[in-house]
Design a protein around this ligand. Structure first.
Ligand code: SAH
Length: 391
């Protein structure tokens, strides 16, 4: 194996368990590895950092697959995926789950979502993309899937010199499937939905609204296919309005409402939530519960402040639409705004909105997306419920 030696003075990140090695942390490469080749990484003092895949075209030149010297082959991927599955089985995520959550499962840049008998995969770096056949074989052996699909139509792949593409990795199948969650049913559009088609990371959080929505008039913004809103109707809300900017998502959300026989209670409209929150704050309707689950406002460190301003703005406006004693259900899915900063931002929003808030629940993503200490990017989802009262 070709050896990559790290500089003397590098951040303790790698020693603390983080698997990424940036170009500026490399002192020298003893040889000429091919893009994607497995290399051995050593600290300046000669101690082993691990083995991983190499890509000189990426800012992250090596991603470690293992902390010991071992052969990276088809059996390695089978074992890793089996371990990932065993963890989901032990923690109670079997029907639908994120089967592989990249770095957290020691399979950097690999995402596999399991929707019952169907699997959607993303290989987001060259070094893992090359192992696609081994990954498919492992899935075939462990699960005998009805279908496997790749959603590699994502821009991050270009940072790795990879093309963006999507398609079948098994015999073709109908990519509009139905999954069950918390006793409800949802259509998942594997081919054209956002990301892998469905946001599994909120599956436990959707249950957390059970009590606060009883008999309530509910408004949800950034609803995607309407999962939270349909849960609200299911848990006894009087009426639910959901808003998303995507016509496609709204059509799917209304179909999901009908699929569960809840179309008389919950309705979805295609609108810009920023406009709605702004306009309705003046003389619009009030609600007992407002739910916000916006997309990541930033993907880069430079824009954290902008993202914080965005979160503050929508949450402030959201609070103003809530009747005295109602609830705000609010999420943030970017790891760059950490939990502490998120809570601080909601607090600042409450202050400016002249509201008092009481924390009901504060959670992260479901445990099939495990958080690994020392890898901040695995701790990304914040889910907060607060009671909102007038000052
Ligand atoms: N709550 C959803 C996930 C929401 S993802 C679930 O659990 O499944 C974020 C959503 O925000 C996407 O569906 C996207 O279409 C929507 N969105 C982005 N910008 C928006 C805007 N300006 N107004 C309304 N919706 C927007």
């Amino acid at each position: 194996m070709i050896k990559v030696y790290l500089r003397k003075k590098i951040a303790p990140r790698i020693a603390n368990g983080h698997p990424w090695i940036y170009g500026n942390e490399v002192d020298r490469v003893a040889g000429n590895p091919e893009p994607g080749e497995i290399v051995e990484v050593r600290f300046a003092d000669g101690k082993l950092a691990g083995v991983g895949y190499y890509n000189p075209q990426s800012q992250i030149v090596v991603r470690l697959l293992s902390r010991k010297i071992e052969e990276i082959n088809e059996a390695f991927f089978y074992q890793r995926i089996l371990q990932a599955w065993q963890y989901r089985q032990k923690t109670g995520y079997t029907e639908n789950c994120r089967l592989v959550f990249g770095e957290a499962d020691q399979l950097p840049a690999l995402i596999i979502d399991k929707f019952n008998d169907y699997f959607v995969i993303q290989t987001l770096a060259l070094g893992i993309d090359l192992w696609k056949p081994a990954i498919i074989n492992a899935l075939e052996t462990i699960f005998k899937p009805k279908g496997i699909y790749e959603r590699n139509d994502v821009p991050v792949r270009t940072l790795e010199g990879l093309e963006q593409l999507k398609g079948f990795l098994s015999a073709p199948f109908d990519t509009n499937i139905i999954i069950k969650e918390n006793g409800l049913q949802f259509y998942v559009d594997i081919e054209n939905g956002q990301k892998t088609g469905y946001f599994l990371d909120q599956q436990d959080n959707r249950r957390a609204i059970q009590h606060i929505v009883k008999g309530a008039e509910v408004m949800g913004a950034f609803t995607y296919t309407g999962t939270f809103e349909i849960h609200a109707a299911h848990y006894g809300a009087k009426s639910v309005l959901g808003i998303d900017i995507s016509e496609q998502a709204v059509a799917q959300a209304n179909k999901n409402a009908a699929l569960n026989g809840l179309e008389k209670i919950v309705e979805f409209k295609a609108m810009n939530a920023f406009d709605v929150l702004k306009d309705w704050g003046k003389d619009g309707p009030l609600y007992d519960v407002v739910m916000l689950d916006p997309p990541a406002f930033t993907k880069s460190r430079e824009n954290i402040q902008k993202a914080v301003t965005g979160y503050k703005e929508i949450n402030l406006r959201g609070m103003k639409l809530i009747r005295n004693g109602g609830f705000l259900v609010t999420s943030s899915c970017t790891n760059l705004v950490n939990p502490e900063l998120f809570l601080h931002t909601i607090n600042a929003a409450a202050k400016d909105a002249r509201k008092r808030i009481k924390q009901v629940t504060f959670q992260a993503q479901a445990s099939d997306h495990p958080i690994i200490w020392g890898m901040e990017n695995t701790n990304y989802l914040k889910f907060l419920i607060v009671e909102v009262t007038d000052r």
